[in-house]
Design a protein around this ligand. Structure first.
Ligand SMILES: Cc1cc2nc3c(=O)[nH]c(=O)nc-3n(C[C@H](O)[C@H](O)[C@H](O)COP(=O)(O)OP(=O)(O)OC[C@H]3O[C@@H](n4cnc5c(N)ncnc54)[C@H](O)[C@@H]3O)c2cc1C
Length: 301
């Protein structure tokens, strides 16, 4: 059984950045990744200094290349299936291929995935012409006729105003939700149409949106759009390991990303179930790695 000081579960922006810092800190580290980073569905990645416009694959490939420079860090392209505690205050990590690794500290950085309204076929278009983050993809669809799908007043107020920054030709669809009068008035003052019928289908080819169909029979032509999904973690490692989770589903940590369980840390979007960006996730990853390293130093000094 291979043994490591640290394991990083999830090699997205947060996990790979943590891996780089642990590599620099001479820590014997293993990173597990199963290739389901959230931005894998899109063509271009924006907003990361020096890497604006690269594909998500290229971004990840370059990050892994940086890490491979440090031979104290091992990359394992396998899904982690289970994590258990040993009596000696260590952890056993079981992968999908049946391999077992013993580690002293764990960083959870497995990200989040979107949950879309189940009556809309968003997945077919997501990352190609339908998006969730205007900062990431607004520039790519600027000035196009767009649909903004927002199922609450709060989401409409936020996403509708935001997307209007990139295109004045937007229609807001509530997917059946009834907006408050003042929400409707605000958008109407800007000449923005609001449709409160339920969406029955997004139409298009190869992920490129052409039209939106409603249960009233109405069909509107649109070439792209934005939606506010909710988010979930795709595993219950934190719960099973006994980490405290608050009423919003966030993993509770101290200011330094230590969870309530000794030797378990968390980085990236899986902590707060909130969509952020590559740069924010990477910054969190580097921060948590520094904490892991300092904790090991303090334990052994
Ligand atoms: C369509 C779209 C476009 C986007 N465009 C941009 C953009 O242009 N610019 C930008 O800054 N951000 C963009 N983002 C947001 C960006 O993808 C996230 O902010 C970022 O990926 C979060 O990093 P993370 O490390 O927390 O999670 P992720 O990058 O999602 O990484 C989590 C990693 O954990 C791994 N994992 C999960 N479970 C397991 C397991 N059991 N075992 C092993 N590995 C596991 C996954 O394979 C994955 O690689 C976009 C997102 C989407 C959906």
């Amino acid at each position: 059984m291979e043994q490591f000081e640290c394991a990083i579960i999830g090699g997205g922006a947060a996990g790979l950045s943590a891996g780089l810092y642990l590599g620099l800190s001479l820590r014997n580290t293993v990173i597990f990744d199963n290739g389901t980073n959230r931005n894998r569905v899109t063509k271009k990645s924006h907003g990361y200094l020096t890497r604006d416009g690269v594909t998500p694959n290229e971004f990840k490939h370059l990050a892994m290349k940086d890490i491979q420079h440090y031979d104290n860090v091992k990359l394992v392209n396998q899904a982690v299936k289970n994590i258990s505690k040993t009596e000696g205050r260590k952890f056993l990590i079981h992968t999908e291929n049946g391999a077992i690794f013993e580690v002293g500290k764990i960083i959870l950085s497995t990200g989040i995935q979107e949950v879309f309204p189940n009556n809309i076929n968003v997945r077919e278009f997501y990352g190609k012409s339908m998006f969730s983050c205007p900062y990431c993809d607004g520039w790519e669809v600027k000035n196009q006729p767009l649909i903004v799908i927002a199922e609450s007043d709060e989401h409409a107020m936020h996403l509708g105003k935001l997307v209007y920054n990139w295109s004045k030709d937007i229609i807001i669809a509530s997917n059946g939700h009834k907006f408050k009068e003042r929400t409707i008035e605000l958008f109407q003052q800007k000449g923005i149409e609001i449709i409160e019928f339920r969406i029955t289908k997004l139409r298009g080819d190869n992920g490129m949106l052409k039209a939106v169909e409603f249960d009233s029979g109405m069909v509107i032509e649109r070439t792209g759009g934005f939606i506010s999904p909710t988010y979930k973690r795709t595993n219950d490692f934190a719960e099973k390991l006994g980490c405290e989770i608050n009423e919003n589903g966030h993993i509770v940590t101290d200011d330094w990303a230590r969870t309530s369980e000794p030797n378990i840390y968390v980085a990236g979007e899986c902590k707060n179930l909130k969509s952020t960006s590559l740069s924010i996730a990477a910054a969190e990853g580097s921060q948590v790695a520094k904490m892991v390293n300092m904790d090991i130093i303090n334990e052994n000094f």
